[in-house]
Design a protein around this ligand. Structure first.
Ligand SMILES: Nc1ncnc2c1ncn2[C@@H]1O[C@H](COP(=O)(O)OP(=O)(O)OP(=O)(O)O)[C@@H](O)[C@H]1O
Ligand SMILES: CC(C)(CO)[C@@H](O)C(=O)NCCC(=O)O
Ligand SMILES: [K+]
Length: 285
């Protein structure tokens, strides 16, 4: 029989859940508290791995049930949401029902290089924070999901000297969205499934489906190749600056020849790591 006090439980069993609420799906991960504390203490320590994770499409019939299963194991949650207030409310209700507290900390990034900062997607900021935490240096972040974002993270000067600064970036079509847009664009066009091995997609499509797939896969790869070079240059990043790639469509970009360049690093949990870092450091203070 376990007869621990509430304090002991908080110490030993505090389980943090991170939620990356994107447009296509919710990505949830449960983190061991010890790994999170270690991550918060050292900027370049190796990244923790979630104990469990889940990807749930918003329309899934078992969405609430499967998320609730994970929520049952959590005590606190950290949330990034780009789906607007309705999604935020839906998540808040599920958290409340499971007695999970939302303890999301401020991202802490310097945004003085940007305008209309309240319109910047939370996931871009959290991925930027996660990337800076992983590299400890200026870097480039590519997040490939519904949209593909290519952003630069630099080091702030002036009053917030030394902290990570979000320098801005570009928002382009992700593969599914591009395929859907093409499908809706003309009588002879239709939506193709692009979720297959990107290394086996010929650019020389010999029938319509193949041609559409070629345009989406190589079009997205080409757009990213151009954007990373331009964003890298315009943000005045060092040639050696790391390029971190995250999101469900990362595989498409990382297939050889790598659209992000030879310095690309796959970091599947960047948004979550940004949330964890801000939380861990807020706790340390
Ligand atoms: N196995 C795969 N191979 C190639 N592409 C894939 C694969 N799985 C997912 N994708 C692509 O990844 C994208 C979805 O990525 P991800 O799961 O990060 O984001 P999402 O949840 O759809 O988007 P968001 O985070 O914007 O909500 C889709 O465009 C899809 O085409
Ligand atoms: C670009 C997406 C869709 C990527 O998920 C998201 O970050 C978002 O909705 N952004 C709003 C616009 C902006 O980031 O400036
Ligand atoms: K995303």
């Amino acid at each position: 029989m376990n007869a621990r006090s509430t304090d002991d439980e908080n110490q030993m069993d505090a389980r943090l859940l991170t939620l990356d609420a994107g447009n296509g799906a919710l990505k949830a991960a449960l983190w061991p508290e010890a790994a999170v504390a270690a991550f918060g203490a050292a900027p370049t320590a190796s990244a923790p791995e979630p104990a469990r994770s889940l990807r749930l499409e918003w329309g899934a019939a078992d969405f609430d049930a499967r998320l609730s299963e994970l929520l049952a194991e959590a005590t606190c949650a950290l949330v990034s949401n780009v789906g607007g207030p309705a999604r935020a409310d839906r998540l808040a209700a599920l958290l409340a029902a499971a007695s999970v507290r939302d303890v999301t900390a401020p991202h802490g990034l310097d945004l003085s290089a940007c305008r209309a900062v309240h319109t910047i997607g939370a996931d871009r900021l959290w991925a930027a924070r996660g990337a800076f935490e992983r590299t400890g240096s200026p870097c480039l972040v590519v997040d490939a999901g519904t949209a593909v974002t290519v952003d630069a993270v630099v080091v702030a000067s002036g009053p917030r000297s030394g902290v990570a600064a979000f320098a801005g970036g570009a928002i382009a079509l992700g593969p599914d969205l591009a395929a859907r847009a093409l499908g809706a664009g003309g009588a002879g066009l239709f939506e193709v499934d692009v979720r297959r091995d990107p290394s086996s997609v010929p650019a020389l499509g010999r029938e319509s489906a193949e041609a559409l797939r070629a345009g989406v896969v190589h079009g997205v790869r080409g757009a990213v190749r151009e954007l990373v070079e331009l964003v890298h240059t315009q943000a005045q990043l060092d040639v050696q600056a790391p390029r971190l790639v995250t999101g469900g469509a990362a595989v498409l970009l990382l297939a050889e020849p790598c659209a992000v360049g030879p310095a690309a690093r796959h970091e599947p949990w960047l948004v979550h790591l940004g949330l964890l870092a801000a939380h861990a450091r807020a706790g340390v203070r």
